[in-house]
Design a protein around this ligand. Structure first.
Ligand code: NAD
Length: 354
């Protein structure tokens, strides 16, 4: 059956980078039906809403969504409800995207971009699986109240076993397609919710006999990520710990223009987007690195369409283009050939055509 992809370019560099990812998807000749709609500031300007009805309809009907980025100073003074970022939160909630997958891969050619010594990070290939809809970020009760003549702030951490099980399954299944190791990160020594997290992960493990499960406390995980990151394959964790650890892991690679992400629902329908923002400082200048968006399209092939071979083809094309010493400004080093957004897309297409 023809797969439908909803393309949401968004703001800033969004249109330039998604255009290159769309070219890549088209070049694979898989018969995808792609339709474009507005999100973020562009949607506010055109329809007065960062996630308009027409976009909601298209996103709901599609099998997967490819998004560029949203935001820019032009919209910063609008009321919170009308800001571009609301569009992003809106689509995540609307599509029930509970699993956020963020790979942190350091290509050998870019080893110098990391702030860590090359021998610590060379060969880095971690996938962080973060639960996205629960935890202390959404738990009730929450608030700031006056109690005993002073202000009192409170939030609630909670997870049900079904919420833990469904994110655990995403991690075990992803590890099954990779190096078959899951490290579950919790804080079970202090928090009851995290004791349940660990218990449920242990209960799930026998269903995935090929995958090795280990556990790590979050404080140690934060330390191990910078001390010896090559020990990790898939890390799975809750919303708050995942928020922090996924940023830490992504910065190990040092190149924001290279980092894709996926957010999945229970049927592996997903929203695929680069981890970076709309980079207004370089928008419209053919300077943006499109590789994070192209790698997000590769994740779409893998996770929503189960097209592992095609996903690898795209990832290998990225590796080969880097080996040819082609670089956009964000990853440029002396001795390399500087190219623009479109030329980087051309080079990937040329690789795919070989
Ligand atoms: P940013 O990620 O947009 O940019 C940070 C720096 O990285 C900038 O110097 C930018 O030029 C550079 N950069 C980012 N992506 C790049 C790429 N593909 N190629 C080359 N260089 C790249 O973060 P910011 O400047 O803090 O935010 C800018 C806007 O983006 C804000 O409005 C913010 O709210 C929004 N934002 C959106 C998302 C999203 O859509 N998911 C995420 C983060 C920030």
């Amino acid at each position: 059956m023809t797969k439908k992809i909803c393309v949401l370019p968004g703001d800033g560099i969004g249109p330039e980078i998604t255009a290159q990812a769309v070219r890549v998807l088209e070049a694979l000749n898989l018969g995808f039906e792609m339709e474009t709609a507005l999100i973020g500031g562009a949607a506010v300007d055109a329809a007065g809403d960062p996630y308009p009805q027409a976009t909601q309809k298209l996103a709901a009907e599609a099998d997967a969504v490819l998004l560029g980025a949203v935001g820019g100073s032009k919209w910063d003074s609008l009321p919170r409800e009308q800001r571009p970022e609301r569009g992003l939160l809106g689509i995540r909630k609307h599509l029930n995207l509970f699993a956020n997958l963020r790979p942190a891969v350091l290509y050998p050619e870019l080893a110098n971009a990391s702030t860590l010594k090359p021998e610590i990070v060379a060969g880095l290939d971690i996938l962080i699986v973060r639960e996205l809809t629960g935890d202390i970020y959404f738990g009730q009760p929450r608030g700031i109240e006056n109690r005993n003549d002073e202000r009192f702030g409170f939030n609630t951490m909670h997870y049900s076993e079904s919420e833990i099980r469904r994110i655990g399954r995403v991690a075990f299944e992803a590890a099954g397609k990779r190096n078959k190791k899951v490290c579950s990160v919790d804080k079970m020594n202090v928090l009851e919710t995290m004791q349940l997290w660990r218990d449920v992960m242990n209960e799930l493990a026998p269903e995935y006999p090929d995958v090795e499960l280990s556990h790590m406390l979050v404080d140690n995980a934060a330390m191990q990520l910078v001390r010896a990151p090559l020990q990790f394959d898939v890390m799975v964790t809750g919303n708050m710990f995942g928020d922090i650890l996924s940023d830490e892991a992504s910065m190990l690679t040092g190149s924001i223009g290279m980092l894709p992400s996926a957010s999945l629902d229970e049927n592996n329908k997903g929203l695929y987007e680069p981890s970076h923002g709309s980079a207004p400082d370089i928008a419209g200048k053919n300077l943006a690195n499109p590789l994070a968006t192209i790698l997000s399209a590769a994740m779409m092939l893998r996770y929503s369409f189960n097209l592992e071979e095609e996903a690898k083809r795209v990832e290998n094309a990225v590796k080969n283009v880097l080996a040819q010493r082609l670089r956009t400004g964000d990853i440029f080093e002396s001795g390399m050939t500087r190219v623009g957004t479109k030329q980087m897309g051309d080079a990937i297409l040329a690789e795919l055509g070989k």
